[in-house]
Ligand binder design. Structure first.
Ligand code: MG
Length: 99
């Protein structure tokens, strides 16, 4: 996973695009853009396009991880351990408003 993140960051750099901590807000908004494109494909019942946009989301996230040296595998494992300790439905009952 980390190797893929590094490969994507290298590929992005070779294409002339810049990712740094200083332009992170823009990079995060580009992730949101890809999520929005996936939503549009979903609305259009375009499964092929949807799958491609999901890939775009991960490509943009992996670029951030590869650039900022985020060990995303370790971070996901750590967060999942935290998540596993949370109660069923995070302690909410059926019918409660879940946000
Ligand atoms: Mg896209």
């Amino acid at each position: 996973m980390n190797k893929l993140a590094k490969e994507i960051a290298t590929w992005r750099e070779k294409k002339g695009f810049i990712t740094t901590w200083d332009n992170m807000l823009e990079k995060l908004m580009l992730v949101v853009t890809e999520v929005s494109e996936a939503a549009q494909c979903f609305r259009n019942d375009d499964r092929k396009g949807f799958n491609e946009e999901i890939a775009d989301i991960f490509i943009r996230l992996f670029d951030i991880c590869g650039t900022l040296d985020i060990d995303i595998k370790k971070e996901i494992e750590k967060k999942m351990e935290k998540n596993k300790k949370r109660p069923y439905r995070h302690g909410k009952k059926m019918g409660d408003v879940v946000q």
